[in-house]
Design a protein around this ligand. Structure first.
Ligand code: UDP
Length: 327
């Protein structure tokens, strides 16, 4: 048996598919479970694949009995803030209840190592920047609320059942694998970098800047972007830590460096060499002005070090993917 045989739930999505590739490249065994409601089968570049829901107990029993799984990584959440406000129960059902059922299936099958995709949205409007893990969690939307609810459930499961987990609070995932085989494909797309690249390709008329009157140097929102393969590496280190007997933990994942919306558009313009028409629009409800991660804890505890921390690398890898038109 391989040292790690990982069930990647949501492995057909953007971050999950990069995780699958990262694990396979590192020699781990990989099994993907995805209901394909958001994911894409062709983004899963290897390993075994099961189509279905993470709350399906019979399917979970089948997967665990057919494969010697010793850890689960969970990427199968809905993640659109606006949609979560309009239809919160959809989010509580999938993100909270679905995760509860996944954990129930794991515990019944004796699998107790879990890496969870959490989010900077658990913090809400920051009271200080950079945001450390000690910052009070006060989510301002149902999406963030479902993630902090899962984190609390995980803590209780550790106490009660010895269920070990690492929860990774991502800031803004960006970029694509250097192979050009996988990348970001959301339908509909709502994220800044893919939308900018679509505008460069002429697939959209323009990119709207949501708010130009924020209290930032150029008036647009500042975010902390992190390359998707640096995220994948962090998951892998988290897994090693759990197997080495380290206790359950919660970590931020960002580069501790912020870029404004205008800066992202400018860098994309240079990389693509194409005009990117810009329209200035109203603020998007619920967007904090500045979100920057304090990521010292994961660097100290796990030795995580980003390898693609400059925005140019993130945008150029995303561009290599987008210009192929495979999204
Ligand atoms: N944004 C924008 N125009 C868009 C999409 C996003 O100006 O068409 C801004 C958004 O307001 C935020 C930043 O870009 O300040 C990143 O947004 P995204 O949706 O990519 O990620 P989020 O920060 O919401 O997780």
């Amino acid at each position: 048996m391989k040292q790690y045989n990982v069930l990647v739930v949501g492995g057909a999505g953007y971050i999950g598919s990069h995780m699958v590739k990262f694990l396979l490249d590192g020699g781990s065994g990989v099994v993907t479970l995805d209901d394909l409601s958001k994911g894409h089968r062709d983004l899963v570049c290897g390993g075994k694949f099961y189509e279905g829901s993470m709350d399906d107990q019979a399917l979970l029993d089948k997967i665990f009995s057919e494969n010697m799984i010793n850890a689960v990584m969970h990427f199968a959440a809905y993640s659109l803030v606006g949609e979560s406000v309009i239809d919160p129960l959809k989010y509580y059902k999938n993100n909270l209840y679905g995760t509860l059922e996944l954990i129930r299936g794991m515990i019944r099958n004796g699998v107790k190592n879990f890496i969870f995709s959490s989010t900077a949205a658990v913090y809400g409007e920051p009271v200080e920047t950079p945001i450390t893990e000690e910052h009070p969690p006060r989510p301002t939307n149902p999406y963030g609320a479902t993630k902090i609810a899962v984190e609390r459930m995980l803590r209780d499961c550790d106490t009660a059942y010895g269920f070990k987990y690492v929860s990774l609070r991502y800031f803004n995932a960006a970029g694509a694998d250097e192979s050009g085989k996988i990348g970001e494909r959301h339908e509909p797309e709502s994220h800044l970098i893919p939308l900018i690249l679509k505008a460069a390709l002429g697939e959209r008329e323009n990119i709207s800047i949501f708010g130009t009157d924020y209290p930032t140097p150029d008036g647009t929102c500042i975010r902390d972007y992190i390359h998707v393969n640096d995220l994948a590496r962090a998951h892998s280190l988290a897994l090693e830590a759990l197997f080495a007997g380290q206790p359950s933990a919660v970590y931020n994942l960002g580069n501790s460096k912020g870029y404004s919306v205008r800066e992202v558009i400018d860098v994309a313009g240079k990389i693509t060499g194409l005009p990117i028409p810009v329209v200035e629009s109203e603020r998007r409800p619920g967007d904090p002005a500045v979100l920057i991660a304090g990521s010292d804890k994961i660097k100290q505890d796990l030795g995580w070090k980003p390898q693609r921390e400059d925005l140019e690398t993130m945008i150029s890898t995303a561009w290599e993917w987008h210009k192929q038109g495979k999204y």
